[in-house]
Design a protein. Structure first.
Length: 151
């Protein structure tokens, strides 16, 4: 018997968005204060777990940016690895980070490869740990293609 938690289903949508916004805030503030890619990724995992409890593991996996936790983790690893390449092109050690400014005409935006690395860690943690948590939460769920829970 599958029990629905109607209140959780209703609240999960706005709460999911708030949790993801908080995870991005933690990601972006991690350069100067506690936070960064790892902690931000953990907060994003909590949004995915909330959605899985409210709507099911398959629905939570479909809400991920890549629709697959493993693909999301792989994209994160690739981004983090790519963040070290600009240093090699400048004859420095791999993962020596580059800082610069992007002129927009009316202002300059500070950019760095550190943010790319942190974003990679964020996506990798979100994907890998969400995949693990969603697999555990999905153990007791009937498959989507099963007719009314019958296997």
């Amino acid at each position: 018997m599958n029990r629905r938690l109607v209140i959780l289903e209703v609240v999960a949508g706005p709460l999911y968005a708030v949790i993801l916004a908080a995870s991005l805030w933690v990601l972006l503030r991690g350069h100067n204060e506690p936070g960064g890619g790892f902690i931000g990724g953990l907060v994003a995992v909590s949004a995915s777990v909330l959605w899985a409890v409210a709507r099911g593991s398959d629905a939570a996996a479909r809400r991920l940016p890549s629709r697959s936790p493993w693909r999301l983790a792989a994209v994160g690893v690739v981004l983090a690895a790519l963040s070290g390449l600009p240093a090699l092109w400048q004859g420095q050690s791999y993962l020596t980070h580059w800082w610069g400014a992007l002129p927009l005409g009316f202002t300059d935006v500070a950019v760095s490869t550190v943010l790319l690395f942190d974003l990679g860690v964020y996506l990798c943690v979100w994907g890998a740990l969400s995949g693990y948590a969603l697999a555990l939460l999905g153990l007791g769920e009937p498959a989507e293609d099963d007719e009314e829970g019958q296997a």
